[in-house]
Design a protein around this ligand. Structure first.
Ligand code: IMP
Ligand code: MG
Length: 175
C-alpha cells in the first residue's frame, strides 16, 4: 500500500490558503444573502469537506441538502449524468447555492443547474472551491470561486482518486 507521500505531488492550495479562501467566500455569501437563508446543496462526495467548512463560515442561517450524481460511462463528455441520490427536500422558492468541490469541464454543474431550474428555486447560484483553468459551458457561471487551479488532476480537501486522498487537508497534484 502506497503512502500518500509517494504519489501526491506539488501542493497547489495549502491549508492556510484554504482557510483564508473559505473565510472570504463565507463573508461574501453572508453579505450577499443578508436577511435571507441560503439553501446549500452539496454535490457528493467531493464537496463534503468544503461545505462543512463553508457553512461554518457563514453569518447568515443556512439549510443543507446533498445530491449525488454518477456520470454515465467513464467520460462525462456527453454531459449525461444519472442521479444516484436526489435531494431530500423541494427547493421551490428557496435561495439555492450549489456547492461543488471542484469544477473541471463544468458538465456536471451544467446538468445540475438545468435540473434544479425545473424545480423553481427563488434563486440559483454556484459556489465551487476550486475551478480548473479551462473552458466551461456558457450556462455555467461560477458565482463564487475559491481558487483557480491548473487543468491537472488533483486530490485532497474532499477530492479523490478512486476514493483515496479525500482526507488530505490540502489540494495537491496527483503524480
Ligand atoms: P466536471 O463535470 O468535469 O466539472 O467534473 C466535476 C466532477 O468531477 C467533480 O465534482 C469531481 O467529482 C470530479 N473531478 C473533476 N476534476 C477532478 C480532479 O482533478 N480531482 C478529483 N476529482 C475531480
Ligand atoms: Mg471523484
Amino acid at each position: 500500500m502506497l503512502r500518500p507521500a509517494e504519489e501526491v505531488g506539488e501542493i497547489l492550495v495549502d491549508e492556510a490558503t484554504i482557510r483564508a479562501e473559505v473565510a472570504r467566500l463565507g463573508a461574501r455569501i453572508s453579505a450577499d444573502y443578508a436577511g435571507r437563508q441560503p439553501h446549500l446543496i452539496g454535490v457528493l462526495k467531493g464537496a463534503a469537506v468544503f461545505i462543512a467548512d463553508l457553512v461554518r463560515a457563514l453569518t447568515v442561517p443556512a439549510t443543507l441538502d446533498f445530491i449525488s450524481i454518477v456520470p454515465y460511462g467513464e467520460v462525462t463528455a456527453s454531459g449525461v449524468v444519472r442521479i444516484r441520490k436526489d435531494l431530500d427536500d423541494p427547493i421551490e422558492g428557496k435561495d439555492v447555492i450549489v456547492v461543488e468541490g471542484i469544477c473541471a469541464s463544468g458538465l456536471s454543474l451544467s446538468y445540475l443547474l438545468r435540473n434544479f431550474e425545473t424545480r423553481h428555486p427563488a434563486s440559483l447560484r454556484v459556489c465551487a472551491f476550486a475551478a480548473k483553468r479551462r473552458p466551461r459551458p456558457p450556462d455555467v457561471v461560477l458565482d463564487y470561486v475559491g481558487r483557480e487551479i491548473p487543468d491537472t488532476f488533483v486530490v485532497g480537501y474532499g477530492l479523490d482518486a478512486q476514493e483515496r486522498y479525500r482526507h488530505l487537508p490540502y489540494i495537491a497534484r496527483l503524480e
